[in-house]
Design a protein around this ligand. Structure first.
Ligand SMILES: [Zn+2]
Length: 277
């Protein structure tokens, strides 16, 4: 990486009057969360699924909640427990300080479902979670119960040998049917999108109200497999952005003009960029 690029990124950070943070899987990996890319990464995190030969795309399919609720909740419950006990890395805190102490308006657009921006202290109304959140549940029978946030004392017991969750499994407070995470899964036609839709409206309003503020878009660890975060960041940059920094250890290249590519991890990039001279 050229020193010139790094310097330009630091300048962009200092000069920004508003910041859109686009966050993908790489942001969570830096907190120590597993990387699901490829079977080896996924199966390393879930040995019982390796034994069964079940890949990420297969287990992240809502039909398991009907076919084998204990296994579906074994997988999501394990992730839930992991997200809850993992501390977001210091890059999250640096972003929050920029927002709260330096009073730089900030919006988070993330594909991560771990709730780690909220955990850091960001407000609900400045976050859009495009794939939903594992910290929120919905009723599998779609009985009319709105999406609900998970209480602080939920802890799911998972048998680590076979990845089966123990009873009682989470249930709908209204009708008592099985609950499922409010995450957009693969082949998921029953995902309740109302919460994410409301977030999208707040996101659009935030963009509309920028009024010629110098907007920095900083994209952190967003992959090309499901490119929602990348595309959103590029779109905003093209319509209202002033500067664009793409941070990714492997795929930092950007075809758009006058963009900055930092081939490094999210946490390190935030630390370096935010360092005072
Ligand atoms: Zn229900």
């Amino acid at each position: 990486m050229k020193q010139k690029t790094l310097l330009a990124a630091k300048n962009a950070w200092q000069e920004a009057e508003a910041i859109l943070v686009g966050s993908g899987a790489g942001m969570g990996v830096d907190s120590g969360l597993p990387d699901f890319r490829g079977d080896s990464g996924f199966w390393k995190a879930y040995p019982p699924l390796k034994k069964l030969g079940v890949q990420f795309e297969e287990i992240a399919d809502p039909h398991w909640f009907k076919k084998n609720p204990a296994l579906a909740w074994g997988f999501y419950g394990h992730r839930f427990n992991l997200y809850r006990k993992t501390k977001p890395h210091e890059g999250f805190k640096i972003l929050l300080e920029k927002n709260c102490e330096e009073k730089i308006p900030m919006f988070i657009f993330t594909s991560n479902v771990d709730g780690h921006f909220q955990k850091t202290g960001f407000q609900e109304n400045q976050i859009m979670e495009c794939h939903g959140s594992l910290m929120h549940f919905q009723c599998i029978e779609e009985c009319g119960q709105p999406i609900w946030p998970i209480g602080p004392d939920l802890h799911l017991q998972i048998n680590t040998d076979n990845l089966l969750a123990k009873e009682p499994l989470p249930s709908c407070p209204q009708c008592g049917s099985l609950a499922r995470p409010n995450i957009l899964m693969f082949s998921d036609f029953a995902w309740n999108s109302t919460r994410t839709y409301a977030q999208r409206q707040r996101f659009e309003k935030w963009i509309d109200k920028l009024n010629n503020k110098k907007l920095l878009i900083i994209e952190l660890g967003a992959g090309t497999n499901i490119p929602t975060v990348r595309l959103t960041c590029e779109e905003v940059y093209q319509s209202t952005g002033n500067q664009f920094i793409r941070v990714n250890p492997r795929e930092s290249k950007c075809e758009l003009q006058n963009t900055l590519s930092l081939p490094m991890g999210a946490k390190d990039a935030i630390k370096v960029i935010s360092q005072k001279y």
